[in-house]
Write a protein that binds this ligand. Structure first.
Ligand code: GZL
Length: 352
């Protein structure tokens, strides 16, 4: 009698468990008792990321922003809080403080300039929020104030373009002292400006070029046009423009043609050669192919997948490399120079 009773109770318990959604093999199911798929990914908690972007000053920046937003999307498991710094450091500092107040899990910073970040990055560190730097670098007293950085070698970009100009002069029998160059710099104090300017200055002294003047075009087309217009009023012998991004180059070309002059590589016969950096927009690609921009040092804006992988690895307890450089080339349609060599690396010159 007692045995039958226990068997009956056991049967009832098993039946209840099965019907109540707890599988007979310990798998949890949802409703109906039949085994269901596990909850879809979107039910897992999203990783909150605060991203402080420089601004929207250039085609490169806009493509970089799109890359970050596409990678740090909700479907990829992220809750992205985006802030456009309007090219002002105080806006970025305010944004970082807001991210800290919101207790985001990660802060991504594309710093507009290198100096002035120690205080706010210390606040982020005190709040135990990892900071990932993207694109430009910060100049801080303690490198532990950021977890890692991903971006470009801006000095190398400048070396490639300057070596291209040197090889162009050799191939076309132009003496270094015949080069009268102006520099439309990027945002003063930005890593891209510092690196590209430093490389130009070392090439000027190495190859005997005449650096007539340098002023900031703030990486924008409007300012690039304004600076170039001023240069043309002050100098009548400019034959090369070193423009620290494509948008400044577009503005410079507008100014040059408004002054009745022509852009191109035939500098022996009065054309003004325009050199630039980025090569990311359709307009820049067309300008190179048409020879309106003679040479561009590539600057890769697609940092989104790299930053997403860094965060995913950090979530999995994997420490990222402190510094991650992206690969970049050099573009030109001029046939004078096939490749440039920097140190022990040779870079083929190609169409974008
Ligand atoms: C380079 C980036 C620069 C681009 C400009 O990585 O910081 O800022 O060259 C952009 O186009 O404005």
């Amino acid at each position: 009698m007692k045995k039958n009773f226990c068997l009956a109770i056991s049967a009832i318990i098993i039946l209840f468990l099965f019907l109540s959604g707890c599988g007979t093999y310990g798998q949890s199911t949802t409703g109906g008792g039949a085994a269901q798929a596990t909850a879809p990914l979107t039910d897992t908690k999203l990783v909150t990321v605060g991203f402080s972007q420089v601004g929207a000053e250039s085609d490169w920046r806009n493509i970089n922003t799109d890359s970050m937003k596409e990678s740090l999307s909700a479907e990829n498991g992220y809750d992205l809080i985006y802030d456009d710094g309007q090219q002002k450091q105080h806006n970025q500092i305010t944004a970082i403080r807001t991210f800290i107040q919101k207790e985001v899990e990660y802060i991504v910073l594309a710093p507009v300039i290198e100096d002035g970040w120690d205080t706010v990055l210390t606040e982020a560190k005190d709040a135990n929020i990892p900071v990932i730097l993207v694109d430009r670098m910060v100049n801080v007293s303690d490198p532990d104030l950021f977890t890692c950085w991903v971006g470009s070698d801006f000095e190398l970009e400048g070396h490639k373009v300057c070596e291209w100009l040197n090889e162009f002069c050799r191939a076309n029998r132009i003496n270094g002292n015949e080069i009268n160059i102006v520099n439309i710099k990027g945002t003063e104090g930005a890593s891209a400006e510092l690196g590209r300017t430093k490389s130009l200055k070392s090439a000027v002294s190495r190859y005997g070029w005449n650096l007539l003047d340098e002023r900031s075009g703030e990486f924008t087309q409007a300012k690039g046009r304004e600076v170039m217009s001023q240069f043309l009023k002050e100098y009548d012998n400019i034959n090369v423009v070193y423009s620290e991004n494509d948008n400044e180059a577009f503005g410079a070309i507008e100014a040059i043609e408004a002054a009745g002059k022509h852009v191109g590589s035939d500098i022996k016969h009065g054309e003004i050669m325009v050199l630039a950096f980025d090569g990311t927009s359709d307009q820049a690609v067309e300008a190179v192919r048409l020879g309106r921009i003679t040479c561009i040092g590539e600057c890769n804006p697609l940092h989104g997948p790299r930053v997403e992988k860094i965060i995913r690895n950090l979530e999995g307890g994997i420490t990222p490399d402190k510094y991650e450089y992206v690969d970049e080339g050099i573009f030109s349609a001029d046939q004078s120079v096939k490749s440039v060599t920097i140190g022990d690396e040779t870079y083929e010159v190609r169409l974008p």
